[in-house]
Design a protein around this ligand. Structure first.
Ligand code: 5GP
Ligand code: MN
Length: 333
């Protein structure tokens, strides 16, 4: 068994350990428009619970849009569960700081004991058993910690799941700062158990269509510089999706290219999801973008946050630039 001291001194609440033992059946839920961290946290924890003789079921509030997790979509049900046998079932919500992140499933939790495992600071707390560690680079990191605390270690399959979630939330480690030795130590155990950096890198950044690269070209050519280049803005329209295909979206590569531009702090990427509905992705190297995202009804982390809002691309851009104005007030737009 790995000593908890090697894993950032995080202690797992006794209440969570009791909860994970208490029920024969568990419902695990990822967040809307799930990302790899949310999905692979569910998959790894479900695998572990199955090894413990439990019966886990996986749920997603919405279909999967991100290519690196598409293969796992079939393991998740989007149907809401019935309220039968509530006393035999524990619900576990992963990677969600607010209840609205699980969309229609939020109403289905009534009467179920619910645990939340997450790494967002802030949000609106929910669930009666909570394991929230904002310092954790991913929720999968916490799942690894749980599995290593309760068993001799992760299986190869669990290591592969966990490694994918860790890599997507850290931008393949590029967002980690000094003081992250504990993350690399636990990552070494994932690699020892069989996870492959090459395979995960390919899943995240490889196998792209020519259209994906052309779409990247379009979004790059639309860059607007605001506040003397400290804030960059670009966007993707519904027409782009129609012409290039939804699977051409490759936002992490876009963010990485934009954040690599000299002098940039904040990157704003807006996407027209439906007519009059815009999703916003925010990234930064110094400014806390989660407060701006929260003020817009979303949330996230200080350096990566987002929200969805009604309006046109122009409306949401103008609104966002106004939000950033006080933060960059010394410079002109
Ligand atoms: P992305 O830009 O990759 O969609 O999201 C980056 C991070 O922002 C996510 O990991 C999540 O923490 C947060 N986020 C994105 N969209 C939303 C949203 O609509 N609501 C909340 N609460 N958080 C979001
Ligand atoms: Mn996450």
């Amino acid at each position: 068994m790995v000593s908890p001291e090697t894993i950032l001194n995080i202690s797992i609440p006794a209440r969570l350990l009791r909860f994970l033992n208490a029920y024969p059946v568990y419902y695990l839920v990822c967040h809307e428009d799930p990302d790899a961290d949310s999905v692979t946290s569910c998959l790894a924890l479900a695998s572990f619970l199955r090894r413990e003789g439990k019966e886990p079921y996986l749920f997603s509030p919405s279909p999967f849009s991100r290519p690196e997790i598409k293969d796992y979509e079939g393991s998740f049900s989007t149907e809401r569960w019935s309220r039968k046998n509530r006393e035999r079932i524990g619900c576990i919500i992963l990677d969600c700081s607010t209840l609205d992140r699980i969309g229609p499933f939020s109403d289905a939790l009534d009467g179920f004991e619910t645990a939340v495992i997450d790494h967002h600071a802030g949000g609106r707390p929910f669930g009666s058993v909570r394991f929230i560690v904002p310092e954790a680079p991913s929720v999968t990191f916490l799942i690894q910690h749980i599995i290593e605390t309760l068993s001799p270690g992760v299986t190869r399959q669990e290591a592969e799941y966990i490694f994918l979630g860790l890599c997507t939330d850290t931008g393949f480690f590029r967002h980690l700062e000094s003081g992250s030795a504990g993350v690399f130590e636990s990552t070494a155990r994932l690699i020892a158990a069989g996870a492959s950096p090459k395979t995960v890198y390919q899943a995240m950044y490889g196998n792209r269509t020519p259209s994906a690269r052309m779409l990247l070209g379009r979004t790059l050519s639309r860059i607007e510089h605001h506040f003397k280049g400290k804030v960059l803005y670009t966007y993707e329209t519904l027409l782009d999706k129609e012409e290039m295909g939804a699977d051409s979206r490759d936002s992490d590569t876009l963010y990485s290219l934009l954040q690599g531009i000299k002098g940039v702090d904040v990157v704003i990427f807006l996407r027209e999801e439906e007519p009059g509905l815009i999703s916003a992705g925010l990234r930064s190297s110094a400014t806390d973008v989660s407060t701006v995202a929260s003020a817009c009804g979303g949330g996230g982390h200080p350096r990566a946050a987002g929200f969805t809002r009604q309006g046109t691309l122009e409306d949401v851009k103008t609104f966002l630039l106004e939000q950033f104005c006080p933060l960059f007030s010394a410079s002109a737009s």
